[in-house]
Design a protein around this ligand. Structure first.
Ligand SMILES: Nc1ncnc2c1ncn2[C@@H]1O[C@H](COP(=O)(O)OP(=O)(O)O)[C@@H](O)[C@H]1O
Ligand SMILES: [Mg+2]
Length: 265
């Protein structure tokens, strides 16, 4: 078991009434698996992802429960402990690569960031070698050229590949991809999904793939968690979810897939 989330509750306090955005969530992730979280916008997917990535330490919220990563509790761990995991054992890729990338820094410098933090033993030539390898791993042609470019010189799909390269450079055990393809064209979306599939197969990276797009989740994931209003309403293998959805809500999400996009399985 790589990750176990037990009775996770997340509440906001910045309004008069506390608002519970994740309610008693339980999930498990085995090493090497690709798990999907689906649900309409506002269902608590990103909050769950941020909690697992250790990014929810904020004064305006309260969290309960536990997040066990290889048995170690991370939800209420100290910031210093979390920093050892972030970008190292656990990485996260967000929807909009332009906002995650620093516009005034070259791509190479940004891809090397986690190495500078977690691998101070490596010298700059070794960092360079690994950055080039990471850029090649995400199927970017001419990585030596990409290394020297700035984010605005790349297309959206290339920027998302750069984000994945940055997330993968320390070879994390868990990669969380939160709507990583939502801002991209359909053909590029498929390429990114295939890339994640390959990284999972070749590097055995466990992936938590969050999307409101069930057709992509169906291609990529072996198990699916369905969330609605902060609650897990259904969970099962991808087969089960698509062939025997129990909840009306899940059926609605499946029916919302445009017919032409439904992959044949
Ligand atoms: N700062 C905040 N204060 C109060 N509620 C928030 C805040 N940020 C997000 N939320 C609420 O948390 C809920 C879950 O959000 P999120 O996890 O981002 O949903 P999803 O990723 O599934 O679209 C939403 O209803 C959203 O309105
Ligand atoms: Mg979200």
């Amino acid at each position: 078991m790589l990750l176990e989330v037990n009775n996770l509750n997340i509440e906001f306090y910045d309004h008069d009434l506390p608002e519970r955005v994740v309610n008693d969530l339980n999930m498990k992730l085995d090493e090497g698996e690709i798990l999907g979280i689906v649900g309409e916008s506002g269902s608590g997917k990103s909050m769950t992802a941020m909690a697992i990535a250790g990014l929810l330490k904020r004064h305006d919220m309260k969290t309960e429960g536990e997040i066990l990563f290889e048995g170690e509790e991370l939800l209420h761990a100290k910031r210093d402990t979390l920093r050892q995991y972030q970008g190292n054992e656990i990485s996260i890729v967000f929807q909009e690569p332009m906002t995650s990338l620093n516009p005034v820094k070259r791509i190479g410098w940004q891809v090397e960031e986690s190495l500078r933090i977690h691998r101070p033993d490596l010298d700059s030539s070794e960092r360079y070698r690994r950055a080039i390898e990471a850029l090649r791993d995400v199927e970017l042609d001419q990585p030596e050229l990409i290394y020297k470019k700035y984010p605005h010189e790349l297309s959206g799909g290339m920027r998302q590949r750069v984000m994945i390269a940055s997330a993968m450079i320390c070879e994390p055990k868990l990669l969380i991809a939160d709507e990583p393809t939502t801002a991209l064209d359909v053909t590029i979306q498929l390429q990114i999904v295939k890339l994640l599939q390959r990284l999972n197969r070749e590097k055995h990276t466990t992936i938590l793939f969050i999307s409101h797009d069930l057709s992509l989740v169906r291609r990529l994931c072996s198990r699916i968690i369905v969330m609605q209003n902060g609650i897990v309403v259904e969970t099962g293998t991808t087969e089960d979810i698509f062939h025997n959805p129990v909840q009306e809500y899940t059926r609605m999400l499946i029916n919302a897939i445009p017919k032409l996009e439904k992959p044949v399985i």
